[in-house]
Write a protein that binds this ligand. Structure first.
Ligand code: SAH
Length: 382
């Protein structure tokens, strides 16, 4: 017997609505990238990108509505295809020494911090590059958080734009860019978020952006050796290394990164680092009482640094309850510095700033977002 021909009934289940096209975060694009987006994706004339870029990276605009010299139709088109991902200032704490710690909330409800440090000859911002940190240095508060995620280039530069705006208001200044110096020494390991760091630097150094000079930007690393080489090849800003110990035994105890790249490997990368004329690498050395602050440590440090153009910043430890380290006494720090000086190593005792607001080195660890999501798996180290 022949089987009945199958009759196909039309499928009447409604089609799912097309997923809304992902908006492009224009605050994370270099001028080049933005120009491509404007001409290739929006079909607008390329020079329009300069207008948008200057609104965001010079004037600190956070919405397309502020861009009043763009036509309404163009602003509408931008709103449909693009966005400026917000980073909202949500808390500020002022120290007696003039330091201000700003806390920002990201769109996904995470918190990061930036620290403004005015002094007579400069206004410096300490910038964060990650939410949390994967490096787990045992003396550092941020290290206890684990890495939550990388900051986007837009979130990195937004810290600078927002604080520029704040300082301009606060100090009643005419200049649109009161900040003079940037140090990438906030939360996170900058070289562990290298691509976004690089894009952020390109924006911060651009003439149509805040136009910071390479001489006024310093990036500090825990010592990710392969990334130091790339950093030297692909950027022109200054390098600081968090050394913090004079032997591998010490360093591996407090800085897990040392088990992967030891002091010898780190110093080799420093010797190969391309330095501009007259420039030196800054070595940060957190003084931990009875742990790395003896005369022998100072002498070993001289040996380590003898064939590198170096400058040492001695950082009196900012105590964090529960982490178990103590700060070195002032006289000990001075004696340590003196030994380095006799060994022809320029060393400075870094003035501690913002301790009273937990805004000093190694104290950034805002718990505002605690409980909202666990630390994500750290990306593989290079
Ligand atoms: N991850 C990068 C960028 C952060 S810089 C790096 O480690 O270089 C932060 C600096 O503060 C580092 O030099 C670190 O060694 C130092 N530091 C961390 N905790 C500290 C603390 N409790 N007191 C003083 N300095 C600290």
């Amino acid at each position: 017997m022949m089987s009945e021909p199958a009759v196909s009934t039309p499928d009447t289940t409604p089609l799912p609505a097309p997923a809304p096209a992902k908006l492009v975060d224009v605050s994370s694009l270099t001028l080049e990238g933005l120009t491509r987006f404007v001409s290739e994706q929006l079909g607008e004339r390329a020079f329009r990108s300069g207008q948008i870029y200057r609104w965001i990276h010079q004037r600190g605009a956070t919405s397309f509505d502020e861009m009043t010299d763009l036509s309404k139709a163009f602003r509408q088109k931008l709103k449909e295809r693009a966005e400026i991902v917000p980073l909202v200032k949500d808390l500020e704490q002022r120290s007696v020494d003039g330091t201000i710690k700003y806390r920002f909330k990201t769109r996904d409800g995470r918190y990061i911090e930036s620290v403004y440090m005015p002094s007579e000859d400069r206004k410096t911002l300490c910038v964060s590059t990650q939410v949390g940190c994967a490096m787990a240095c045992s003396f550092c508060m941020t290290g206890t958080l684990g890495l939550k995620r990388n900051l986007t280039p837009g979130e990195i530069v937004a810290q600078v734009h927002t604080v520029n705006r704040e300082v301009r208001k606060l100090e009643n200044l005419e200049t649109w860019r009161p900040l003079s110096n940037l140090v990438f020494m906030g939360m996170g390991e900058p070289l562990h978020n290298f691509e976004n760091l690089k894009t952020a630097l390109s924006i911060l150094q651009s003439e149509d952006g805040p136009n910071f000079s390479h001489r006024h930007i310093t990036v500090s690393t825990v010592g990710l050796v392969p990334m130091i080489e790339r950093f030297g090849q692909e950027t022109d800003v200054k390098l600081a290394i968090s050394l913090n110990a004079s032997t591998d035994e010490q360093r591996s105890k407090t800085m897990p990164v040392n088990r992967k790249w030891n002091i010898a490997a780190l110093m080799e990368a420093c010797r190969k680092f391309p330095l501009r004329q007259g420039r030196r690498i800054t070595f940060e050395y957190v003084l931990l009482r009875g742990f790395n602050d003896t005369d022998e440590d100072a002498h070993r440090l001289i040996e380590l640094l003898k064939d590198v153009p170096a400058k040492v910043n001695l950082i009196p430890y900012n105590e964090n309850p529960g982490l178990g380290f103590q700060t070195t006494m002032e006289e000990r720090a001075e004696a340590f510095r003196e030994i380095l000086a006799q060994g022809h190593i320029a060393a400075f005792i870094r003035q501690n700033r913002g301790r009273d607001i937990a805004g000093a080195c190694g104290q950034l660890a805002n718990r505002g977002g605690e409980g909202e999501g666990k630390a994500t798996q750290a990306p593989e180290l290079p």
